[in-house]
Design a protein. Structure first.
Lengths: 474, 146
């Protein structure tokens, strides 16, 4: 035993340990490859759009790459042993987003800041840089999860309040009541709500896991968990349906319910819960589709968009055409999306259909690579969850990874007519501040959770942690 | 004309190729990480970490890898020896049954606690829960790297 271990134990957990820089070579190498790829992408865009051998908007790309470099250096200086793959993966997806937004007509989104008018690409650049800053800051600063763990009912209450605010005060855009405005600020609370949902579920399930696993209520041939513990499931179902009815946000409802079922299954390993959830969901969907016209319309447009090609089926048909034009290797960055009568064929291309635009310009090959990058994020999250010390952390990491993965799946499947089209964003790629910042928050939390030095409360002092590490290595 | 089209085409293909280089390098790192995790002797079902131990044996922060049946007590024949004046020689048994850990008192004098409350009969134990034996508190943690 070392002399240090016999010293009196530290009473309070240490908020900031000694800061010792720790190189992150894996991350550095990956970021270099990402940067080279984005430079070539920008060159390809410049060649196609202007005909000159020059980068397209080199200033924007330089700012973005500098932000990634600063994020890397900050993590090196902070010396935490967190995951080294998440930042490059997020950087690659964000970089593709930047190239796409620079390439789309800049007047899709304009923002006046101090007399200058920023176009789509510049506004997106600001959000991307802020996102990188958020992810890095959270990844470095968060050293304890007790602020999430201890107040799970407070978080749940905050989430419900947020939801109610949207119900009452939300403004409608494109038939959905999603946006909340406070003076100059506006945002989509359902983005933040998905993180709150995961935090609450991780807390609730880790606390009640033994009960959910152990006890049974027999209903006919089904072995169900004790009925009181099914209550949250029913509440969750009701909330999902409420979102569909009041907010008309099918995507968020689908995302919340899928993540809920997946996490319940991850925590209990009981397939019966998933079956009940799916049956409830199917019943709810059929009911919704027959009662509410806007849901029924989505279903009809999904099953046969050509029945109404100029109205409800218009977007999905244009999306399918874009994928078809792209073919195997695409038309090249900047070469797709011909303007029809001065307008883009897909109206909401920067928020709902970025994958269709990328499918047209990068082809099947490019789309597969992008989807694989999302898979990498999910894999990292599941690995972080599997290596976590306790149930709460394990479920939190699993849930956060699934939120990104499921959301990417829902909108990609919507663009490809695999699922009915819903209005969720493609994480890290779609235009939009709330979406980018919240997904960056998720990455930041995953970074913090992946640090091997973080221990669940009550945390042992760093010294005992070191001596334990020595013991296991010997 | 043809020359510039060729250049554009080459740069296009180069971008797609580099996209896959990024992906390939990331996946290679992932595989290395997975292989390393598989090589570690991480086959235990869980760990017990000492959170508080006034008598000093076992020392605070020490971690024990658990077998499917792990006995705790003051006697040296126990898998985890708890040298505490309030611990019985055969104090408690941890068992892994099916999907979950259970803690059971082995007829000790002062009883066994789960999260501060005394238990009766086999009680399920989640990862992150604490058991108390005498003045010693131990926390069940997930196996490392599992």
């Amino acid at each position: 035993m070392t002399v240090g271990a016999t010293a009196r134990p530290r009473p309070a957990p240490r908020v900031l340990g000694p800061i010792r820089p720790r190189p992150r070579w894996t991350e550095a190498k990956l970021l270099v490859v990402v940067a080279v790829t984005l430079l070539v992408g920008s060159l390809s865009l410049g060649l196609t759009m202007t005909g000159d051998v020059a980068l397209y908007d080199p200033f924007g790309l330089a700012v973005y790459l500098a932000a990634l470099a600063v994020a890397h250096l900050a993590q090196v200086l902070a010396g935490r042993r967190s995951d080294q793959i998440l930042l490059p993966t997020m950087g690659m997806l964000g970089g593709i987003s930047l190239l796409l937004m620079q390439r789309l007509p800049q007047d899709l989104v304009t923002n006046d800041v101090g007399g200058r008018t920023l176009g789509l690409g510049q506004v997106q650049l600001v959000w991307l840089v802020l996102g990188i800053a958020v992810a890095t800051t959270i990844g470095i600063v968060v050293r304890s999860d007790s602020w999430l763990r201890r107040y799970k009912y407070t978080w749940a209450a905050a989430g419900i309040v947020l939801l109610l605010l949207v119900f009452v005060l939300g403004t409608e855009t494109a038939g959905s009541r999603l946006t909340l405005r406070f003076g100059p600020f506006s945002g989509q609370p359902s983005e933040l709500l998905k993180v709150i949902l995961v935090v609450f579920l991780a807390g609730y399930l880790s606390e009640n896991r033994p009960l959910l696993i152990e006890q049974d209520t027999r209903v006919g041939p089904l072995r169900l968990p004790p009925l009181p513990y099914l209550a949250p499931m029913v509440v969750m179902w009701a909330i999902a349906l409420g979102i569909v009815v009041v907010q008309r946000d099918l995507g968020a409802a689908l995302l919340f319910f899928t993540v809920f079922l997946a996490l319940t299954y991850a925590a209990t390993g009981r397939i019966s819960l998933v079956v009940i959830g799916l049956v409830l969901f199917l019943l709810g969907s059929v009911l919704m589709a027959s009662v509410f016209p806007h849901v029924g319309e989505r279903f009809a447009a999904w099953i046969d968009p050509w029945a109404d090609p100029l109205d409800s089926g218009y977007q999905i048909i244009q999306s399918l055409h874009a994928f078809a034009r792209g073919g195997l290797i695409g038309m090249g960055l900047g070469n797709g999306l011909p303007l029809i009568g001065g307008r883009l064929p897909i109206p909401e291309v920067h928020t709902d259909f970025p994958l269709a635009a990328l499918g047209e310009e990068l082809g099947l090959v490019g789309v597969v690579a992008i989807l694989a990058l999302f898979l990498v994020v999910v894999e990292r999250g599941l690995r972080i969850g599997a290596a976590a010390a306790d149930d709460f952390r394990s479920l939190l990491a699993t849930g956060l990874a699934l939120v990104i993965g499921v959301q990417a799946f829902i909108i990609a499947a919507g663009n490809l007519k695999v699922l009915p089209l819903t209005g969720v964003t493609l994480p890290f790629i779609s235009y939009g501040g709330s979406s980018l910042l919240v997904n960056a928050l998720v990455i930041g939390l995953l970074l913090a959770l992946s640090d091997k030095g973080v221990e669940p409360p009550p945390p042992p002092s760093e010294r005992t942690w070191r001596s334990r590490l020595r013991g296991s290595e010997g | 004309m043809d020359g510039s089209l060729l250049v554009i085409w080459i740069v296009r293909i180069l971008f797609l190729a580099l996209l896959y280089v990024v992906l390939f390098r990331i996946v290679r790192t992932l595989l290395r990480d997975l292989r390393q995790a598989a090589r570690e002797p991480g086959t235990s079902l869980g760990r017990l970490v000492v959170v508080a131990s006034p008598a000093g044996e076992p020392t605070v922060g020490r971690s024990f890898d658990l077998d499917a049946i792990t006995t705790l007590g003051r006697d040296v024949n126990n898998a985890i020896v708890i040298d505490d004046p309030f611990a019985s020689s055969e104090h408690a048994i941890l068992t892994y049954r099916g999907r979950s850990w259970y803690v059971e008192d082995a007829g000790s004098t002062n009883g066994t606690a789960r999260n501060g409350r005394s238990i009766e009969g086999p009680s399920p134990l989640g990862f992150g829960d604490e058991i108390g034996i005498g003045q010693v508190r131990l926390r069940l943690e997930r196996p490392r790297g599992g």
